[in-house]
Design a protein around this ligand. Structure first.
Ligand SMILES: Nc1ncnc2c1ncn2[C@@H]1O[C@H](COP(=O)(O)OP(=O)(O)OP(=O)(O)O)[C@@H](O)[C@H]1O
Length: 633
């Protein structure tokens, strides 16, 4: 179909080429053909034969008017039906070449048979020419018709070909659509392939990762295998060692059994020796005296030495108080009066807290052996009683109470290894003006309870509503002492000089049980910081102050009176004379050990009070109370 224009042009070319082949004569003839409306029919010649024509028209007609062959016409129509083969085209070209032949025949005819021109009058000749011409034309027509037939058959062939080609086209189209379908399927496949390939690359990455991990695991496995081998070797070594050790163990168990028997025997020995030690220890203490009095001289505030107090360096038991009496007349020399006192030990101003404690530590030890121990500090205000009993917070300056507590807990710890179990109960009470105040009270001040001293039928003395705190170590006791000091300073603020005029009694009740030996012991360690011992002139004291002074004086002298009564083995011991003696009755009797510190102030103006203190202490020192016995069951 698309080749039609090409064929037309070919046809045009063929036509033009044929024109050029025919020479110039043909071209004007074609032009004329287009202008003429009426073609000249061949029959016209016959008509021409019969009629007369002007010579010009007669000569002109065969020259100018080409006879259009049927074949030529058919050829013109032919190309529109399809593609012409080159052979056909040449045939057509040949067909178209007929024109010049006819034209030349015409020319011959017109010329009257070749180069000879017919005369006008030679009608016969001219007719014959015409007939020749007609015959030529007829021959030509036949040829053209034949060619036409050829062309037709060729066209039919072409149509068949076209139909075949259309069929082919259809087939190819369906093939194309099939291919397109396949292509679509293939593009799906390609997508699938791309997906698969991306999955593949992911899997490859994973694979390479896994390979890496595998390598690591492999290395690990190898190292673990090596380790396993080493362990196996060690195990086998250890197994053989174990076998050896098991044999040794049996031997050792035998040895342990025999050693245990030895230990048990030795523990029995140890216990017997411990009991013997206690007995001997306490015999020594008793020989030394259950009442022991120590004198301690406080250093002067400026560090200088006091002239009226003499503590000989070579005699640790004597103190001399020297008084220079001026001559009344002035004629005689001043006389010096010496007051000599003997005590269990005299400590000069340089004595340390450690030295002080060492002196009583053996007595404190007795508290764990079941003996009641009551340690007093006696002396005028400011003489150093509290310093001796409590001391300062630093290790070197700690007083008797913290050191005693430390010793008791350490000794208890050692005794626990020998089967003893101890329980400790602490209390801290103040006796002021014959009334009791709990130093460990932590409640509201307005709700402070009243206290009273009670004696049970067992002989045990307790204070009602008092805080009795179970303690298990030294630190807890130190915490309670700190609480007591806080309570005391609060009371001190409310009432001036109260602490100087009150007694502070720290008590540690000790109960020990040795269930293995079926032994029990019970004792009380009492550490008492007495009120200032200075005497007040009765004339200076009135009302409450007088009452207070009487109470202090009574309670201070009453321990001495009680001790004296005990020493004299009197039938009535006046414990009830004061709250202090009533509270401490179990610690003052024959069942107790009583160390007492008499503290003296070195200032010259304290001479009188110092003399009084030393006299009182000396009296106590002279008392010999009966043999103490431990509270053991
Ligand atoms: N041996 C000593 N060495 C150094 N300083 C001491 C000594 N004895 C006492 N002092 C100091 O002297 C001052 C008075 O002592 P302390 O308070 O112990 O006297 P006290 O007899 O308890 O008085 P009070 O009856 O008023 O309670 C305190 O500052 C104390 O630190």
């Amino acid at each position: 179909m698309s080749r039609l224009p090409v064929i037309s042009s070919k046809r045009a070319l063929t036509s033009s080429s044929s024109s050029s082949e025919n020479g110039q004569d043909c071209a004007p003839a074609q032009k004329r053909t287009r202008k003429d409306t009426e073609p000249i029919k061949p029959l016209g010649a016959a008509t021409i034969i019969g009629g007369r024509r002007p010579p010009l028209a007669a000569t002109k007609a065969p020259m100018s008017r080409p006879i259009r062959g049927v074949g030529a016409a058919t050829v013109a129509a032919g190309p529109s039906r399809g593609v012409l083969k080159p052979s056909l085209a040449s045939t057509v070209a040949k067909g178209s070449n007929i024109k010049p032949t006819v034209a030349s025949s015409d020319a011959k005819a017109a010329g009257g048979g070749g180069t000879t021109k017919r005369q006008a009058w030679d009608m016969k000749g001219r007719v014959s020419d015409m007939e020749v011409k007609i015959r030529n034309y007829q021959t030509k027509m036949k040829t053209v018709n034949q060619e036409n037939e050829v062309l037709r058959s060729s066209a039919v062939q072409s149509e068949t070909k076209v139909a075949e080609m259309q069929k082919e086209l259809e087939r190819q189209r369906s093939q194309i659509s099939m291919y397109e379908g396949q292509l679509q399927a293939l593009s799906g496949v390609r997508n699938e392939l791309e997906k698969v390939s991306s999955e593949k690359s992911t899997l490859q990455k994973e694979l390479s990762n896994l390979e890496g991990k595998y390598k690591v695991m492999e290395t690990l496995r190898e190292s673990q295998e090596t380790e396993l081998q080493t362990l196996k070797m060690k195990l086998s070594v250890q197994e053989s060692t174990l076998t050896r050790l098991q044999v040794t163990l049996k031997d050792t168990e035998e040895t342990v059994r025999s050693l245990e028997e030895t230990v048990a025997r030795q523990q029995d020995d140890l216990h017997a020796r411990e009991m013997e030690r206690r007995r001997l220890h306490n015999t020594i203490q008793e020989l030394k005296g259950n009442i022991r009095v120590f004198c301690r001289v406080r250093p002067l505030v400026d560090g200088s030495t006091s002239n009226h107090i003499q503590v000989p360096a070579n005699d640790l038991k004597t103190i001399t108080l020297a008084k220079t009496e001026e001559s009344h007349t002035g004629k005689t020399a001043d006389t010096q009066k010496n007051y000599n006192f003997n005590f269990d030990r005299v400590f000069g101003p340089q004595a340390t807290q450690q030295e002080i404690f060492e002196e009583i530590s053996l007595l404190i030890q007795s508290a764990l052996d079941g003996y009641n121990v009551c340690c007093f500090a006696y002396g005028q205000t400011g003489s150093g009683k509290t310093y001796t009993m409590e001391g300062d917070e630093f290790d070197a300056t700690r007083g008797v109470i913290p050191r005693a507590v430390q010793q008791v807990f350490r000794a208890a710890e050692k005794l626990e290894k020998e089967g003893w179990e101890f329980t400790f109960t602490a209390s801290f009470v103040e006796i002021y003006n014959e009334s009791l105040r709990d130093h460990l009270y932590t409640g509201k001040a307005s709700k402070r309870p009243e206290h009273d001293i009670r004696k049970a039928t067992t002989g045990e003395v307790t204070i009602t509503n008092l805080t009795y705190e179970k303690v298990i170590n030294e630190d807890q006791v130190l915490g309670l002492i700190a609480l007591a000091n806080k309570n005391r300073s609060t009371a001190q603020t409310a009432q001036n000089d109260r602490s100087s005029r009150s007694h502070s009694v720290f008590q540690l009740d000790i109960e020990g049980v040795n269930s293995g030996r079926d032994v029990k012991c019970k004792s009380t360690l009492c550490l008492v910081d007495l009120a200032g011992s200075e005497r007040m002139l009765k004339s200076q004291s009135q009302g409450e102050r007088f009452k207070e002074m009487t109470a202090i004086n009574g309670s201070l002298s009453n321990p001495g009176i009680v001790i004296a009564a005990l020493a004299n083995k009197e039938s009535y011991i006046p414990y009830r004379n004061s709250k202090l003696t009533y509270l401490l009755q179990n610690c003052l009797g024959g069942n107790s050990k009583t160390p007492m510190f008499v503290n003296i102030a070195p200032e010259p103006d304290s001479f009188g009070e110092t003399l009084n203190s030393l006299r009182f202490a000396s009296k106590v020192n002279d008392c010999v109370i009966g043999t103490a016995c431990a509270n053991k069951k």
